[in-house]
Design a protein around this ligand. Structure first.
Ligand SMILES: [Zn+2]
Length: 137
């Protein structure tokens, strides 16, 4: 954790709360640090569910169970194809895809299984897969 420098030239009171030499083991934080935003590969941040992309919060939100083994139980990904088309993918035991464009909001398409592994994908891979899926809808 980094605190902003003091405006008065004296150390911030916050900086003395925990000496930097003491690093407490936090398996949950370690797990959180392994997660990346599937859209921009940014860090996933937050203090409680939903955790989210630290770059652009809308990209990725994830709810994680607090017991071992840690794993997301609900994930929401939002990104744009062009300026005019927006995809929202929600996975919660199943997959729901919502597409918006300038013309309309299409009805959500729901699949009874998980279509994406957000722990191992990129924006381009998701876009490719979405286009393939939507061709058949
Ligand atoms: Zn992101």
């Amino acid at each position: 954790m980094v605190f902003p420098p003091s405006r008065h030239g004296t150390p911030s009171a916050f900086s003395t709360v925990l000496p930097k030499t003491i690093k407490q083991a936090d398996p949950f934080k370690d797990y959180l640090n392994t997660l990346k935003c599937p859209v921009c590969q940014g860090q996933v941040d937050g203090v409680s569910s939903p955790f989210y992309c630290a770059q652009i919060r809308e990209h990725y939100q994830t709810f994680i169970n607090g017991d071992l083994p840690y794993a997301p139980y609900r994930e929401v990904v939002v990104f744009y194809d062009t300026k005019f088309r927006r995809y929202q993918i929600t996975q919660h035991g199943h997959t729901e895809i919502v597409v918006w464009d300038t013309v309309s909001t299409k009805a959500p398409i729901t699949f009874d299984f998980m279509l994406f592994d957000f722990s191992n994908t990129t924006r381009e891979k998701m876009l490719h897969r979405l286009r393939t899926i939507l061709v058949f809808q």
